[in-house]
Design a protein around this ligand. Structure first.
Ligand code: ADE
Length: 266
C-alpha cells in the first residue's frame, strides 16, 4: 500500500486522472491511497488567498509559503497517532529538481513513508517553503509546466504501477522499458494483419524460446536505434552481445522491411 497526499490549489485538475483506469482500481483494491487536499483550506484570510505578487516586482504570481506550511503541519498532526509507516516524505515538483527516473519511482514505492506532493503553481513557490520544509525537489523533464499537479500525477502513476498486484500481470512491470535499462520490444495484438502490415511470424509460432529471443533482440534493437546511451556493456550477457552484433550487421532499417520478424536467434 502506497499512501500519498497531494496538496494543490486545483483539486479538479488531478481528481479526474486519479479516478480512472488503473489508478482508480488500485485505490479500490486498497493498494494505493491518494488524498487530495485543497490548499485554500489552509489559507489565513477570508478570501482564501494563496498567491501574491513577487517582492522586487516582475511578472506572475508567487505561491505564499504559509498555507503550505499549515497544510504540512495539519498532515503531521493528523498522522502523528497513526501506526508506524506514516513519516512524511515531502516532494516538491520543480524544474530545478533532480530528474524523476524509474529508479526514483522504485524508491518512492517504499511503504514506510507517506508521499506528500506540494504542488506549486504560477511563477513559483515562496523560497521559504524550500528553506523551511526542505522538501525533495523533483523534475519530470527539462521544460516548464504551469504547476506541479501534472508532475505529481506522473510520479504517482509511475510509482503506483510498481505496486505488486496493481497491474494485472505481475510480470508486466518487470519487463518495462527502463526496468533493466532497455527499451521495450514491440507489441502486437489481433488481428494478424492491419492495412497490409503483418504480425511477425515468430509471435504466432507458439515457440516460446524463439519468441523470447525475438523479443530480447527487438528490445536491444529499439534501444540501439533510439536510446544508444542506455546500452551499457556491463549489463549485456553473451546472448545480448551476439544479438546486438547481428542487429548492427543488419543495418538500421532491417527490422522495417522484414516485418520485424527476421533473424530470430541469429
Ligand atoms: N513544475 C513546472 N515544471 C515542472 C517540471 N518540468 N517538473 C516538475 N515540476 C514542474
Amino acid at each position: 500500500m502506497i499512501r500519498c497526499d497531494l496538496i494543490t490549489l486545483f483539486p479538479d485538475m488531478v481528481l479526474p486522472v486519479l479516478n480512472q483506469s488503473i489508478l482508480k482500481r488500485a485505490q479500490e483494491k486498497g493498494m494505493l491511497e491518494v488524498r487530495v487536499r485543497d490548499l485554500r483550506g489552509y489559507t489565513l484570510d477570508r478570501h482564501q488567498v494563496a498567491d501574491d505578487a513577487p517582492y522586487g516586482g516582475g511578472a506572475g504570481m508567487v505561491m505564499k509559503a504559509e498555507p503550505l506550511f499549515r497544510a504540512v503541519d495539519a498532515l503531521r498532526r493528523e498522522y502523528q497517532d497513526s501506526p508506524a509507516g506514516t513519516e512524511l516524505r515531502l516532494l516538491l515538483p520543480s524544474p530545478q529538481g533532480r530528474p524523476f527516473t524509474q529508479r526514483l519511482a522504485e524508491d518512492l514505492r517504499d511503504e514506510r513513508r507517506r508521499l506528500v506532493f506540494l504542488c506549486g503553481h504560477y511563477e513559483g513557490v515562496d523560497e521559504r517553503v524550500r528553506l523551511g520544509l526542505d522538501p525533495e525537489e523533483v523534475s519530470i523533464g527539462d521544460y516548464v509546466l504551469t504547476g506541479g499537479e501534472l508532475p505529481a500525477l506522473v510520479m504517482v502513476d509511475a510509482t503506483a504501477r510498481l505496486i505488486p498486484g496493481v497491474l494485472g500481470d505481475p510480470e508486466s512491470a518487470q519487463y518495462d522499458s527502463f526496468a533493466e535499462s532497455l527499451l521495450e520490444y514491440p507489441h502486437y495484438t489481433r488481428p494478424p494483419e492491419v492495412r497490409g502490415l503483418a504480425v511477425p511470424e515468430v509471435l504466432l509460432s507458439g515457440n516460446h524460446e524463439a519468441i523470447r529471443i525475438w523479443r530480447r533482440k527487438e528490445a536491444l534493437r529499439s534501444t540501439y536505434l533510439k536510446r544508444p546511451d542506455l546500452l551499457k556493456d556491463e549489463l549485456l550477457n553473451e546472448e545480448d552481445k551476439r544479438l546486438l552484433d547481428a542487429i548492427v550487421r543488419e543495418g538500421a532499417t532491417a527490422h522495417l522491411s522484414s516485418g520485424g520478424g527476421g533473424g530470430v536467434g541469429t
